[in-house]
Design a protein around this ligand. Structure first.
Ligand code: ADP
Ligand code: MG
Length: 233
């Protein structure tokens, strides 16, 4: 569950998020579309606790019932590692490590034992159709394969929430279709919540709910606020 209220973000003088309200239920797949520069990536980074809103005191951010704005660095890092998986447009795999090693990294950060992490990583890579690519390095894999490795890495700690920023932006249409089907399969099998920023209309329309972000605001969701000034529907 994600409950965000009145999220604002300034970069210097520039206000990038202008009071975003969002309610996302467990197991929901929500897509966010909108023009480049609207603030989608900034919002995702804040929802993922990788960045802070500029108005902590006048806003709320609750994830899985936890007020994440109150968490300090170490606790926040642990929270993120346990609850949230990230999938980016550019997979950001480490080039010097094999697929399975890349997938294991978040588990090692969580101090999962090597054998357990490798077992789980192997299961995930098989599930993602990469059983014969596990020991290859990223530069020996296709774009679609690399992105599936990144998905496995996002899933290894069983996060309840997956945040994806243009996950198929870099893929050919067949790989993109497969990746999109995978998201829904994961939600159906494991009940994960997905927030997906995308330019892909097909993917956006497959979601349970499609939200539009324009100029720092979500334009089509009205949330009753107990905080801040009321927002027009
Ligand atoms: P989107 O993902 O919707 O394309 P972003 O959230 O990346 O939009 O960016 C929104 C606006 O914030 C853009 O004008 C961008 O240039 C600006 N911006 C993003 N990150 C930073 C930053 N770290 N410093 C300054 N400006 C930034
Ligand atoms: Mg972006």
């Amino acid at each position: 569950m994600i409950k965000a209220t009145n999220i604002q973000k300034y970069f210097g003088e520039l206000q990038v998020l202008k009071g975003v309200d969002l309610r996302i239920k467990a197991g929901e797949v929500v897509s966010i579309v909108g023009p480049s520069g609207a603030g989608k990536t900034t919002l995702l980074q804040i929802l993922g606790t990788l960045d802070n809103q500029s108005n902590k005191k006048e806003s709320e951010l609750e994830i899985n019932g936890i007020d994440v704005t109150s968490l300090k660095d170490k606790a926040l890092a642990a929270f993120r590692n346990n609850h949230i998986g990230f999938i980016f447009q550019f997979h950001q795999l480490l080039p010097e490590f094999s697929a399975i090693e890349n997938v294991c990294i978040p588990a090692f950060i969580k101090r999962t034992g090597k054998a357990e992490a490798e077992t789980r990583a192997t299961e995930l890579l098989i599930f993602l159709g990469l059983s014969n690519r596990m020991h290859h390095r990223p530069n020996e894999l296709s774009g679609g394969e690399q992105q599936r490795v990144a998905v496995a890495r996002a899933l290894i700690n069983n996060p309840s929430i997956i945040l994806a920023d243009e996950p198929s932006g870099n893929l050919d249409s067949e790989s993109a279709d497969k990746l999109h089907q995978l998201f829904f399969q994961l939600r159906d099998e494991f009940g994960q919540t997905f927030v997906i920023v995308t330019h892909n209309e097909e993917l956006a329309d497959m979601a349970d709910r499609k939200l539009t972000m324009i100029d720092g605001q979500i334009t089509d969701q009205y949330v009753e606020r107990s905080l801040g000034s009321p927002k027009k529907p």
